[in-house]
Every structure is written in structure tokens, then in C-alpha cells.
Ligand binder design. Structure first.
Ligand SMILES: Nc1nc2c(ncn2[C@@H]2O[C@H](COP(=O)(O)OP(=O)(O)OP(=O)(O)O)[C@@H](O)[C@H]2O)c(=O)[nH]1
Length: 929
């Protein structure tokens, strides 16, 4: 049994699918939509319906289409009208066509006056036909009568969607409806959606209609070619020359269409081909306005096709000829068939040369591999690396092995700011005196010990009794020279002490027998250990009543300095600088160790040394204390130290005597440098040209390093630095109020696990955060975490200068959370503390309701609204709100530096003289980008 689609039946009976569905419904035959299949019975039912209701086979197809609707019951008609506005419109129009008089009235109502006049003038039948050709509904009917089946199909297929839209959008404008009914739906949709007013224009252009037909009938192909040529401005001119007025309008019509169709660029190819085929079918057929429109569409479609292919941009006569279409299609085909561009294979070298380290990206590039491959391999090797993370040479070698690429090291480039060191021949080396550094906690007697050794009285010459600069002295013992460096024990001189340890051969650690191991003692041990310098302990002040050398030994043993008499290898000598006891033993031990170290240097070469101290003397200019370590420094030598260079003008030894030459292990004061060098800089004697060139390069490098200074690690930008691969180890200096806190904090911080970064505690100590901590943090690019402690004034200033991030906490978990969050990039501090000022408690006055801290503002200011914390020896005792701030008996809003005030702290009475009250506020920090 044959099957029929609803739309096929609709076609056959020149009606709409909806009408067919309705008729079928009345016969209890279900058809859901125009694509629904129905059987022979349905067709028979349709046939009968139409045969019964028309009764006249000579009627035109249009009449056939309208008749059924006329004959169906009024209820059915209204139903259809309600459910399908399109059908209603269509039917009305058809009815209008069939009833000329009424129709004309309609037209007169809807149309501009001049059209009506035209119609009336042309009222004879053929004129009406002409109008019908030009007007939507009539045209459709005409076409249905005259046209081959495929044209009708096109119209019907296109009509539904298009008509509905048209009616909804353009209903007020009758002309629009007409025009759009005539057009293939696709074009109309485009126009309507994109250009509401455009249709009106077209209608006016096409309204003569008849002319359109003429033109198309006469030269279909030519017309199309013209349209194709019209796209660029050049073609416009041509067209205007050839066909004034009308063609210009056409061009305007076509162009927007073309553009609109262009807009959906990814229209499927099949859709692009289909209109072309339609266009081809219509070329050569009798043209009507519809044809023209279809041709327009056809052209436009061709243009789209053409435009898809960049090679067709010449735009000459491409669109309408079958051969050209084929050509276009062929080109499309070619395009489709062309193999997708293959990414050029990166050359895969057998061997590569790299420096000390390089980024994952660079390594991948050198090995000719994808970055992803390299990262994957690294993951397989247990290392999570980002694209910009540095890979060291060893890792690169392993990766090379994985990829079958041999990795070789590029010899390190000569640093233009460094002067290559001269390698001395073994035979040129002669014994030299040992350089000894005296280190230890403040006031443990370093200077007194040196005094005792030198039998001089340096202490009395020093300002405030504290050694303020590094001194260097040469002493004789048993006919052998020993060079002593007296580094200051005060914590402010940590950096200098560190440099002292770097130039020294032996470290003397002075520990007061009555005081024991103190914070700077531990620091000194760490510095000596890091410089890999042997330590001799001088247990000083054994003459003091409370002296307990064994306790000192025990404390030192806790820091891995085991005395010889306890089975260890650390020499410990009890001495008394005052009574000058044990000094000879100490010197003997120094010589013994020096002998074991077999210290040698070549005196017959240009000098190499270290700046121990440098200052600018008003009368003499830059004065540098230099320890010559190799070679011999002579007057007249050109020297360079850091960025300073010049000629040696004069030299003075440690006894203040003028000397002309200084041999290895000789401390001398040198005049002649043009600038003041930094303590710790290397001094090298070179030729003048080299000195100048190197100094200039060092200056440039120094400037760029100063810029980098601002890029020190901080919790705020830690994650960014981790991502950039610039941080692999997060160095932290931990300071806390008690040892127990340190251990808890250290363990917790070390337990923070991250694939990209490793936490490393470079120093942990009890007490306030001091300048020494900041210096250490600066040297190791660390951040400082303080638990229940605060930075002192010097530390804050140093932290500002060195751009060190100091974070202080009262709760260990906060510290841990912050570090964790920073590592994972989740740190979002909304508030940041800003210290306003500090006041020192000078007097404590107890009144019944509170304890008033009579204070003196030593720094910044104290405001009544600020929060305060009470510090005792740098340790936070209390943190809370300020209750009252008074000057004399008046409440004040703020008290500035240098003024006295009375402070009471809310719910806190334990204030003592000497305490520091720190005022601070919490400032909102703008969220990070
Ligand atoms: N009783 C006694 N007092 C000593 C001894 N050695 C030093 N002192 C005293 O300890 C104090 C500090 O001595 P210094 O030699 O200045 O100590 P320092 O370690 O050089 O101090 P800085 O230069 O500040 O680092 C002075 O008052 C000395 O008189 C000693 O062996 N016995």
C-alpha cells in the first residue's frame, strides 16, 4: 500500500498541510504534521473531499485550493483561522483574488494612493493579472497555474514559516505581506530579521513588477552577472551606467541580502548548494518577480559560496553559470578534501647543550618536544613542574635520558662584573698567618680578650664601650703571627659578623662563663658553621663568682659543640680577659689548629683581599680596612672593590704605621679608592682599564638589582612567584616568645605539603624580631613569622629597606593557615595592620577603677580609637582596646611623638614600667587582582 506525506497531498491539491491534516482529522486519520505519512485510504478521503466539494474539475488549482475552505463548515473555517493565522491570511488573500471587486477594494484600502490609481488605470483583465504577478497572493496563484511543479513546491515549502513571521512582524504593512509571500522564505527571513524597512523599499522597487519580468525574461544570465559584478563599488558604477535607476535599486536590494546571508558564515555546505540548484533550474524559465527574487537569492548564495573561497574574490561573472558553480563547488570540494594543515614537526635533536638551569618550556623547545610531554615525564619522575619552572642540569640530564637526548653542559659564561681569580701554582705558595675572628654574645668580653692578647686598651677608646666597627689586629705568639678580627657582638652588626666569618680561618667563640649561651652565641655558631670555619671556644670571665664553665659546655653541647674532654672535637679554653689567664693556652690552640689547616698563600702576585671596614674620612676621603689574603698589595697598585676603584695612595698597618706593601694575611688601612666600598667586598689589584670597565658594569648590575629588591618574597605574592617558578623553597625565619612555641610552629610549618614549594626554616629563635633576623631573612630571601613577638624599631626599618615581609601572629593556626593559603594562592587578607606609634610606660599609677600607664610617645602617635598591644621585652603580653587617652586630665584624641600621656587599657591592669604600648589600626586592603 502506497504511503503519502501530508505535504505531498497538500501539494497535489494545492492546499496547505494544515488543511490536509484537518480534513484527515475529520476522517479520524491522525497526521501530526506535514511530514506525517498517511496511506491510500487517507488519500482517497482527501480526494473525495475535494471532488465532492469542488464538483468542477475545470476550476483552477487556486480555486481548488480555496473551494474546500469555502465548503467546509463555518466552524471548521474559523477553527482553521484560529489555529493558523497563516492559513487565514493566505485564504483571505486568495479569496480576494477570486473576487476581483472586493479584492480591489482591499487593495485600495491597503495601498498607497498612486497604486490604486495605477490599478484603476490598468484595470483591464491583463492589468489585473499583472498586478497579481507583482502582488504576493495573486502571484502565487498565477505561478501555481503556470509553473512547473518544482516551483510550486518551493513556494509551498518556504511559505509556512516565512508567512507566519511576516504576518506577525509586518502585519500593519500590507505591502510587506504581499512581497514576502512572493519570496522564497529564506530570503525574506533574512531581510525581515535584519532590515525591517528594507522590504518596503524592495516592494517599491518591484512594484512595477512587470518591468522585473521583462528584464528577467530578456536577459536572465546577464542580469545575474550584473548582480555579481555589482558587489564592489566599481560594479555599482557599471550598473548605474548601463541601467540607470532600476538596476541601482536592484543592487541595493541584492547587497544587503548578500551581506545578510554572509553573516551566518558557517551555514552548512548543503544549504549553500541547494539555493544554487534552485537558481539554476530557474535560469532560462519564464521570469517573474518571484524568479527575480529567486535569482537574487541565487546570486546571493553564489556570493556566499564565492566568498567562502578566497580565491574567488575577483568577483567577475562567477555566480550564475553552471560551470562556474561547478567550479565553486569543486573548489569547495577541494578545500574540504585538502588535508588539514599538519603542524610542522619540531626537529628532535640527539644532543643539546644547556646552562646550569633552564625553564621547562625552554628545555622542551631545545629537545624538540611538547611542553606537556616534558611536564608529564617530570610527573612520572615525581616532580610537579609548571611550564616556567626552572629545571636544573641534573634533572635535565634525566629528562634527556627519558627522551633519548644527550644533555651537555655549556661552560658557565664569564661574568663581566667578576674579575677571574688567578690560580696560584702550588710551588708559589708559602705559609701565611691564620686569620681569627672573635665572635660571641654582647658583653661577653671579646674586646677585653683581644686587649688581653694585645696587652692594649682598646675598650677605653671605644664610644660607649661597645666595639662599633670591625677591627683587625696582628699579634705575635711564639714568633708566629696571628691576625685577629674583632667583630662587634651587638646584634645590629650581624651582617658584619657574617662577613667576618667568611674571611676567617678560625673562629673564637667567646662565651661568658657566668652568662652562658645567649642568642648571639647561637647566631655566631651558625655563621661559623655555615662558613665551615673551625670553632675554638673561649669560656671567658672564669674569674667571676657565678662562673660555671661546665654549664657553658653543656649548653654548647646542645648545639653540637662537644668539648674535647667530653669526647668531642671542639677545643674549649677557660680564660679570664681581666686576669689574663688562659690566654697563652688559647693562642697555642689557635696556632695548633692553623698548623693543621696548613694555611698558604702566594705573596708574589697581584693582591686579592677583602674589605673589612670602610668609611669616608673627612680629611682623607674613602678609607678602607682591608685584609690582604693573597698576593702583595703595594702603593700605586690599581685596585677595585665593588663599584669603587682607584690607586693605592697610602697604607697603614694595625699599629698605625705607614707601610708600602702588605703581604697575605695582613690587615691594612688603604687610601686611594674613589668611593667607599662595602664591607665584605673583594679587593682586587688589576690594570686600570679593567678596573674602570668592571666598575661600570658592576654599577649597572647594582642598579638592576636594586629594582629587583622590591621583588622579595612575601605571603601576598607568594603564589604568583610559585607559579612563575621563581620560588621552590619558602624560607621562613621564625621568632616566638618561648621555645615551645617555636617547636610547635616549626613542626607545623614544615608539615605544610605542597608539590611546588617546600617550606624551609632558616632560623628560629626566642625573642623580639630584631634587625639581625631581618638581615638573615634578606640574605636568604625569607619571610619572618613572629609568634607573640613584635619587630623592634630597627627591625622594622630594616624590613622596610630590605623589603622583608614580617608577619606576626597570636595564634599558631593563623600563621599556619596563612602560609598554607599563600602557598595555594588562596591568601586573601582583607585587613592589614598599620602601626600608628609606640609609647613607653614610664610610670604606673593605680587608681580604683583602672591602672594608668603614664607613658611617653617615642614613635609615631597614639590615638584614642586605636587598638593597642602591650609589649614587654619585645613579647606581646596583651592585645586589646585602648580605654582612655589623656593629657593631664583631659581626654584627647591623639598624642604625638615626644609628648607624655596617660593610657588605660580596657580590661587590663598588668602594666609595668618599661613596657611598650603599641597603637595600631586594621586597614582594609584592596583585594588582589
Ligand atoms: N670579670 C670580668 N669581666 C670581664 C672579663 N672580660 C670582660 N669583662 C667585662 O665585660 C664587659 C664587656 O667587655 P667587652 O670586652 O666590651 O665585651 P665585648 O664582647 O667586646 O662587647 P661588645 O664590644 O659590645 O661586643 C666589660 O665591662 C669588661 O670589663 C673577664 O674576664 N672578667
Amino acid at each position: 500500500m502506497s504511503k503519502y506525506r501530508v505535504y505531498e497531498l497538500a501539494k497535489e491539491y494545492s492546499t496547505t498541510s494544515k488543511v490536509i491534516i484537518d480534513i484527515l482529522g475529520r476522517h479520524n486519520i491522525t497526521a501530526k504534521n506535514h511530514m506525517s505519512s498517511v496511506d491510500e485510504d487517507a488519500k482517497v478521503a482527501i480526494e473525495r473531499t475535494f471532488a465532492r466539494k469542488t464538483g468542477d474539475t475545470n476550476q483552477t488549482a487556486s480555486q481548488q485550493m480555496t473551494q474546500p475552505m469555502q465548503n467546509v463548515t463555518k466552524a471548521e473555517q474559523s477553527k482553521v483561522a484560529q489555529t493558523s493565522s497563516k492559513e487565514a491570511t493566505s485564504n483571505n488573500q486568495q479569496q480576494q483574488q477570486n473576487r476581483p471587486v472586493h479584492n480591489n477594494q482591499q487593495q485600495q484600502q491597503n495601498r498607497p494612493v498612486h497604486n490604486n490609481q495605477q490599478q484603476q488605470q490598468n484595470r483591464p483583465v491583463h492589468n489585473n493579472q499583472q498586478q497579481q504577478q507583482n502582488r504576493p497572493v495573486h502571484n502565487n496563484q498565477q505561478q501555481q497555474q503556470n509553473r512547473p511543479v518544482h516551483n510550486n513546491q518551493q513556494q509551498q515549502q518556504n511559505r509556512p514559516v516565512h508567512n507566519n513571521q511576516q504576518q506577525q512582524q509586518n502585519r500593519p504593512v500590507h505591502n510587506n505581506q504581499q512581497q514576502q509571500q512572493n519570496r522564497p522564505g529564506y530570503n525574506n527571513q533574512q531581510q525581515q530579521q535584519n532590515r525591517p524597512g528594507y522590504n518596503n523599499q524592495q516592494q517599491q522597487q518591484n512594484r512595477p513588477g512587470y518591468n522585473n519580468q521583462q528584464q528577467q525574461q530578456n536577459r536572465p544570465g546577464y542580469n545575474n552577472q550584473q548582480q555579481q559584478q555589482n558587489r564592489p563599488g566599481y560594479n555599482n558604477q557599471q550598473q548605474q551606467q548601463n541601467r540607470p535607476g532600476y538596476n541601482n535599486q536592484q543592487q541595493q536590494q541584492n547587497r544587503p541580502n548578500y551581506n545578510n546571508q554572509q553573516r551566518p558564515p558557517q551555514r552548512p555546505q548543503a544549504a549553500g548548494q541547494h539555493p544554487n540548484q534552485q537558481g539554476n533550474r530557474q535560469v532560462g524559465t519564464e521570469s517573474r518577480p518571484q524568479n527575480q527574487q529567486q535569482n537574487n537569492q541565487f546570486n546571493n548564495n553564489n556570493r556566499r559560496s564565492q566568498n567562502n573561497n578566497p580565491r574567488n574574490n575577483n568577483g567577475s561573472g562567477y555566480g550564475n553559470k553552471n560551470s562556474q558553480q561547478r567550479s565553486n563547488q569543486h573548489r569547495h570540494q577541494q578545500n574540504r578534501n585538502q588535508p588539514a594543515p599538519v603542524k610542522a614537526e619540531m626537529p628532535k635533536p640527539k644532543s643539546i647543550k644547556i646552562g646550569e638551569s633552564l625553564t621547562v618550556k625552554d628545555l622542551a623547545g631545545k629537545m624538540g618536544r611538547e611542553v606537556g610531554e616534558v611536564i608529564k615525564k617530570l610527573m612520572m619522575l615525581g616532580t610537579m613542574a609548571s611550564i616556567n619552572q626552572e629545571v636544573d642540569f641534573d634533572t635535565a640530564c634525566i629528562l634527556g635520558g627519558e627522551f633519548g637526548v644527550a644533555v651537555e653542559a655549556i661552560p658557565p659564561e664569564e661574568d663581566p662584573t667578576e674579575i677571574p681569580e688567578i690560580e696560584d701554582d702550588e710551588k708559589d705558595l708559602v705559609h701565611r698567618p691564620p686569620v681569627v675572628t672573635v665572635m660571641g654574645h654582647v658583653d661577653h668580653g671579646k674586646t677585653s680578650l683581644l686587649d688581653g692578647i694585645r696587652q692594649t686598651h682598646v675598650t677605653s677608646q671605644e664610644a660607649g664601650g661597645i666595639t662599633q666597627h670591625i677591627g683587625a689586629y696582628q699579634v705575635m705568639c711564639q714568633g708566629k703571627k696571628i691576625v685577629f678580627l674583632d667583630t662587634p657582638g651587638h646584634e645590629a652588626f650581624t651582617a658584619m659578623r657574617a662577613r667576618g666569618a667568611q674571611v676567617t680561618d678560625i673562629a673564637i667563640l667567646v662565651v661568658a662563663a657566668d652568662d652562658g649561651v645567649m642568642p648571639q652565641t647561637i647566631e655566631a655558631i651558625n655563621h661559623a658553621k655555615s662558613a665551615q670555619v673551625p670553632i675554638i671556644v673561649a669560656i671567658n670571665k672564669i674569674d667571676r663568682p657565678g662562673a660555671n664553665p661546665d654549664r657553658v659546655k653543656q649548653q654548647l653541647a646542645e648545639h653540637q659543640l662537644i668539648p674535647e674532654d667530653w669526647g668531642g672535637d671542639t677545643i674549649m679554653v677557660p680564660v679570664s680577659a681581666h686576669q689574663k689567664t688562659g690566654i697563652s693556652d688559647l693562642l697555642e690552640m689557635i696556632l695548633l689548629v692553623a698548623e693543621m689547616l696548613d694555611l698558604k698563600a702566594n705573596p708574589n702576585r697581584l693582591a686579592y683581599g677583602t674589605i673589612i671596614e670602610a668609611k669616608l674620612d673627612k680629611g682623607r676621603g674613602p678609607v678602607s680596612t682591608v685584609l690582604v689574603q693573597k698576593g702583595t698589595l703595594r702603593i700605586g697598585d690599581t685596585i677595585i672593590a665593588g663599584t669603587a676603584y682607584g690607586k693605592v695612595r697610602a697604607m697603614t698597618n694595625d699599629r698605625g704605621e705607614k707601610i708600602k706593601k702588605a703581604e697575605p694575611a695582613t690587615p691594612v688601612e688603604v687610601l686611594g679608592l674613589a668611593d667607599v666600598p662595602q664591607a665584605g667586598d673583594n679587593l682586587v689589584a688589576v690594570d686600570e682599564r679593567t678596573a674602570r670597565a668592571v666598575a661600570e658594569k658592576r654599577l649597572a648590575k647594582k642598579r638592576s638589582e636594586e629594582i629587583k629588591q622590591s621583588q622579595k618574597v612575601s605571603l601576598d605574592d607568594l603564589f604568583k612567584q610559585i607559579q612563575e617558578g621563581s620560588i621552590k623553597d619558602l624560607n621562613i625565619v621564625v621568632k616566638a616568645d618561648v621555645q615551645g612555641s617555636i617547636e610547635a610552629l616549626r613542626q607545623s610549618l614544615l608539615n605544610i605539603k605542597n608539590k611546588e614549594v617546600r617550606v624551609s626554616i632558616v632560623h628560629a629563635g626566642v625573642g623580639a624580631i630584631n634587625e639581625s633576623d631581618v638581615m638573615l631573612a634578606a640574605a636568604s630571601n625569607a619571610l619572618i613569622i613572629g609568634f607573640n613577638v613584635r619587630p623592634d624599631g630597627n627591625a622594622r626599618k630594616a624590613a622596610d629597606t630590605e623589603k622583608i615581609d614580617i608577619r606576626t601572629y597570636r595564634v599558631i593556626y593563623d600563621a599556619i593557615n596563612d602560609v598554607e593559603a599563600a602557598i595555594t594562592g588562596m591568601l586573601a587578607p582583607e585587613f592589614k595592620e598599620a602601626v600608628l606609634g609606640r609609647a613607653e610606660v614610664r610610670q604606673v599609677i593605680s587608681i580604683p577603677k583602672a591602672v594608668v600607664a603614664g607613658s611617653y610617645v617615642v614613635e609615631g602617635k597614639i590615638t584614642s580609637t586605636a587598638q593597642v598591644r602591650l609589649l614587654r621585652n619585645g613579647i606581646v603580653v596583651h592585645e586589646g582596646k585602648l580605654e582612655s587617652l589623656r593629657r593631664f586630665k583631659d581626654d584627647v584624641k591623639e598624642v604625638a611623638q615626644g609628648y607624655e600621656c596617660g593610657i588605660t587599657i580596657e580590661k587590663f591592669r598588668d602594666v609595668k614600667e618599661g613596657d611598650i604600648i603599641e597603637a595600631f589600626i586594621m586597614e582594609e586592603v584592596a583585594p588582589r587582582a
